[in-house]
Design a protein around this ligand. Structure first.
Ligand SMILES: Cc1cc2nc3c(=O)[nH]c(=O)nc-3n(C[C@H](O)[C@H](O)[C@H](O)COP(=O)(O)O)c2cc1C
Length: 195
C-alpha cells in the first residue's frame, strides 16, 4: 500500500457523543499531515446489524454487504490507516467496536471480496480513554487490537491511551495530550500502549 497520501478512517466506538475518546482522537488527528485524508464514522449512529455467524450454514459464504454494513466495509477497504477509537469498556473495546470486528469474520467469507489480502499491509491504530489511572488495565484492549492486526497481516501501530471520566476530562491528561502530538507520526516506532 502506498505510504503517501495516507487515508485515515476513524471509527468512533463510544456509546455517547462528545466523549473523551473522540476528543483524544481529534487531538491526535490535528497533527496529521495536511494531505492525509480523514473520514470519521460513529459506529453508534451507523446501526450496523448484530453479526451472525454463518460459517457452517450451507456453503459458509457471507452475502454481499448492504446498507450500514456496506458503508463501513467500503470505508474500511478505502483506508490505508484504520483507527479504532474505543473507550475502555470492561477492560476491552466497546460493544459496537466488538460487533464491527466480528463482522470482519463474515467479510473474510464474502466470495470475491479478498478481505484479508486487501487489508494486509494496512496500518491499525488504537485510541482509548479509561476512567482508571493505571495504564495496565487497557492491556486487554491493546491485545485484542494487536492480535487482530497480526491475524489480518496488518501493521500494528499501538494504542494512544488517555485517562478521564466525564466528557472533556481527558484534556487534563497532559501525558496523553503530549503523546497525541506524535502518535500518528509514521517515523515513530513504539507499538504498544503509548503513554
Ligand atoms: C460500560 C462502561 C464500562 C467501563 N469500563 C471501564 C473499565 O473497565 N476500566 C476503566 O478504567 N474505565 C471504564 N469505564 C470508564 C470509561 O472508560 C471512561 O469514562 C471513558 O472516558 C469513556 O469514554 P468516552 O468518554 O469516550 O465515552 C467504563 C465506562 C462504561 C460506560
Amino acid at each position: 500500500m502506498a505510504d503517501s497520501p495516507r487515508s485515515f478512517l476513524f471509527l468512533l466506538g463510544s456509546s455517547r457523543t462528545g466523549g473523551n475518546t473522540e476528543t483524544l482522537a481529534r487531538a491526535a488527528a490535528e497533527h496529521l499531515e495536511p494531505e492525509a485524508e480523514q473520514r470519521w464514522l460513529r459506529l453508534a449512529e451507523l446501526d450496523l446489524p448484530p453479526f451472525t455467524d454463518r460459517r457452517h450454514v450451507g456453503d459458509g459464504a457471507t452475502p454481499v454487504a448492504a446498507g450500514a454494513e456496506r458503508t463501513v466495509q467500503d470505508a474500511t477497504l478505502a483506508a490505508t490507516d484504520l483507527v479504532i477509537a474505543s473507550p475502555l469498556y470492561w477492560y476491552s473495546v466497546s460493544g459496537s467496536v466488538k460487533n464491527y470486528l466480528d463482522h470482519w469474520s463474515g467479510w473474510l467469507r464474502v466470495p470475491g471480496l479478498d478481505f484479508r489480502a486487501r487489508m494486509g499491509g494496512r496500518r491499525l491504530w488504537g485510541v482509548t480513554v479509561q476512567g482508571d489511572e493505571e495504564p495496565d488495565v487497557a492491556a486487554p484492549l491493546a491485545g485484542t487490537l494487536r492480535l487482530s492486526a497480526e491475524y489480518m497481516g496488518m501493521e500494528w501501530r499501538g494504542v494512544l491511551l488517555g485517562s478521564g471520566s466525564r466528557p472533556g476530562q481527558v484534556l487534563r491528561d497532559e501525558r496523553a495530550l503530549a503523546a497525541a502530538k506524535t502518535f500518528f507520526d509514521p517515523a515513530a516506532d513504539t507499538p504498544g500502549i503509548r503513554y
